[in-house]
Design a protein around this ligand. Structure first.
Ligand code: FES
Length: 67
């Protein structure tokens, strides 16, 4: 696996785990973070969007990971 490859993994009943060299930007284009690993909310309940803050557990978020 190349170190330049970005991998996005939907975690069961949780966030999207993003690994690889990524820059997370706000809607205005400003940089929020440059990192090699982060977790992005996909349940909509996080108070720290776009990041997961663990609120998916309290919200009872259920996902099905295909494949
Ligand atoms: S996925 Fe964790 S708070 Fe939304």
């Amino acid at each position: 696996m190349s170190e330049d490859r970005v991998t996005i993994t939907p975690l069961t009943d949780g966030p999207l785990e993003v690994t690889g060299p990524v820059t997370i930007t706000a809607s205005d284009g400003s940089t929020l973070e440059t990192t090699d690993r982060t977790w992005l909310c996909r349940c909509g309940a996080s108070a720290k969007k776009p990041y997961c803050d663990g609120s998916h557990k309290k919200a009872g978020f259920i996902s099905t990971v295909e494949g």
